[in-house]
Write a protein that binds this ligand. Structure first.
Ligand code: PHE
Length: 431
């Protein structure tokens, strides 16, 4: 549940549908499904297996499976870049999640007749953004300082079922509204002329890696908390299926909702004629839609932004856990202190971005998710398949899954992480 919580986040409910909207609907869905299972799932397994074997954070774990001096140095570098990358991811993720909390309070304010407050909450201003990123980071720090069992696991298993219920209710409701079927058609009928477009491939791969929280040591550290009796290939496929399933379901909410908005007179196309996909979609198109729904719109808005906040929180805790686990395990810092110190440092970075939004926000997003994450994913595959001893990997997977040697997973996975994943990542990357 915790690993699915990490995977399911803004990437699924925001990133996936908007990527699909701007990349030919089902053509993107189709490519994404293939890449998620053919490339991202094997990479996810690499992280889970290394983590459980080493029972440690990424830096220590990668060093454990390396033998020579050079590879140990490389391990240190990759583990460290992962920690830095995930901290910067959290710094922008926290800002966006802060918007989600502000938009969650907006309908509540309107319900109470506080129209000035409502205007303040929905107006994109430095003050509002700073306050809400701090609030969101405090929630994240609170859960992480409570520990793995009492914090991460407890909250993931409370929040994830609520997320699924809210998502399903919203889909059922939106699909009954006029215009929804046009959205469903745009989403599910592929425009195959776009499928060969290299930007679609790059977007779909980035989406798959970001969505499965890969390359930055998150899944590795969660792997290190999994019991040796558990069947890792099965756990990995459940996480991947749930992640992809929720992304696909979110598409069934967001795209129909956009066309419902169009039917009620809300602008859903940008200047170049494409569907609005960036922040405008979530913070302007959807709220305008909710406000055309009358009284029920207030509750739909509350449900939708609660969904977004929950999804963000189960992901943000998994991000903060990466540097915190490293500080606790490697520098013997006490967990509360580590969570507080590192959490505050990341919040400070978020505030710097808030105050310098235009030059910094897109830059941080691009460098972390489009440059660093795929390259780190590549490095993890190299460590799992080329540096680590094959017999040890098999031994590790066999724990909790003794029949693996004769099964299909063992026949395919090693070849995949050894050759196909690294080459494919590089090819898509250089595209
Ligand atoms: N997977 C999360 C999402 O889809 C984002 C994430 C990235 C979480 C990296 C942890 C590490 O929103």
């Amino acid at each position: 549940m915790a690993a699915s919580g990490s995977a399911v986040g803004l990437g699924n409910i925001w990133g996936f549908p908007t990527n699909a909207a701007s990349n030919g609907g089902a053509a993107f869905l189709f490519t994404y499904l293939i890449l998620a299972f053919a490339l991202a799932y094997p990479a996810l397994m690499a992280e889970l297996i290394i983590g459980r074997y080493a029972r440690a954070n990424a830096v220590t774990a990668l060093r454990t499976i390396s033998s020579g001096n050079k590879t140990r140095l490389l391990a240190l570098l990759v583990g460290f870049i992962g920690i830095v990358t995930v901290s910067f991811i959290l710094s922008f993720y926290g800002i966006v999640s802060g918007w989600m909390i502000a938009f969650f309070f907006d309908p509540v304010a309107r319900l109470l007749g506080a129209s000035q407050l409502s205007a303040w909450l929905t107006n994109d201003a430095v003050m509002r953004n700073s306050l809400f990123v701090v609030l969101f980071m405090l929630l994240t720090i609170y859960i992480i300082s409570a520990g793995v069992k009492e914090g991460i696991e407890k909250w993931a298993s409370r929040l994830m079922p609520s997320l699924i219920v809210i998502l399903l209710l919203l889909i059922v409701y939106v699909l009954t509204l006029p215009g929804a079927m046009d959205g469903l058609r745009a989403y599910l009928i592929p425009d195959f002329s776009l499928i060969a477009d290299p930007s679609l491939l790059v977007d779909a791969m980035g989406q798959a890696f970001f969505s499965l929280s890969l390359g930055v040591g998150t899944m590795l550290i969660y792997g290190s908390y999994i019991s040796s009796n558990e069947n890792l290939p099965t756990i990995g496929s459940l996480v991947a299926l749930l992640d992809v399933g929720i992304a696909v379901m979110a598409g069934m909410l967001i795209l129909p909702a956009m066309y419902v908005a169009l039917a009620s007179g809300v602008e859903i196309y940008d200047d170049s004629g494409g569907l609005i996909a960036g922040p405008g979609l979530i913070v302007s198109v959807l709220p305008s839609l909710f406000s055309t729904m009358g009284a029920i719109g207030v509750f739909v808005a509350i449900a939708f932004f609660a969904l977004m906040t929950i999804a963000s929180l189960t992901s943000s805790i998994s991000m903060l856990e990466v540097p915190v686990a490293y500080a606790v395990e490697h520098h013997e810092l006490e967990r509360h202190r580590a969570a507080m110190l590192i959490g505050s440092a990341i919040t400070a970075i978020s505030l710097i971005i808030v105050f310098n939004f235009d030059p910094l926000f897109d830059l941080v997003v691009t460098v972390t998710t489009e440059v660093s994450q795929p390259l780190l994913g590549f490095a993890f595959c190299i460590f799992a398949a080329w540096i680590w001893q094959r017999s040890e990997i098999l031994e590790e997977i066999k724990k909790g899954c003794p029949e693996v040697e004769s099964g299909i997973f063992w026949k395919i996975w090693p070849v995949y992480v050894k050759f196909i994943c690294p080459v494919a990542i590089l090819v898509v990357y250089f595209q």
